[in-house]
Design a protein around this ligand. Structure first.
Ligand code: FES
Length: 181
């Protein structure tokens, strides 16, 4: 396979303009630099990292725009995006709740805290609440075992959390989210 492909659509200017609009100037500048190199396809992962860094995940429209501008087959972009676990194909919540399931937290009841979060949010691991505010993830030791069981929400650590405290903790972030809206 050749390193670059000629645009295959007869409405290329329109496709290019739309793709550039979807990804924004900064990403497009990087893609243009990559296309100037010998092996643009080898930069695909780096491009996808930048796209995810900007948008938080790789939507089908992002992937298609990358395929068009980097001139890599769309199936290849979709394959790479779904193969690597560090790429996300779904939007993430405004606040990521990391529940520490390390040993110190587990023996102090992290599973009960986790179950309360699952019940309150109506989602499970890796999912995002319908209002887009929370995503729920498991973490290994967060390095604050003395505070077990521990949640990290955004950058904030919550220690010695009990299931009964979960609704109030969630409410404080909902308030924050509403005040920032
Ligand atoms: S095991 Fe949870 S912070 Fe260490």
């Amino acid at each position: 396979m050749s390193a670059t492909h000629a645009p295959s659509t007869d409405n290329w200017p329109q496709v290019e303009a739309t793709s550039r609009e979807i990804l924004g100037q900064d990403i497009c500048r990087f893609i243009d630099e990559c296309r100037g190199g010998a092996e643009p396809e080898s930069q695909l992962i780096a491009v996808l990292h930048r796209v995810q860094g900007k948008f938080g995940y790789l939507a089908p429209a992002h992937q298609d725009a990358v395929a068009q501008l980097l001139q890599v087959p769309a199936a290849k972009v979709a394959g790479v995006a779904s193969f690597y676990h560090f790429f996300r194909l779904e939007p993430r919540g405004k606040f990521i709740i990391n529940v520490c399931m390390g040993t110190a937290c587990y023996v102090k009841g992290a599973d009960r805290v986790a179950q309360k979060l699952i019940d309150e949010l109506g989602i499970t691991w890796g999912e995002t609440s319908n209002d887009g505010v929370f995503s729920l993830e498991q973490a290994r030791c967060l390095g604050t075992c003395g505070l077990a069981p521990v949640l990290m929400i955004g950058e904030q650590i919550h220690g010695q959390v009990t299931p009964d405290q979960v609704p109030a903790i969630l409410e404080s972030y909902l308030k924050k989210s509403r005040s920032e809206a």
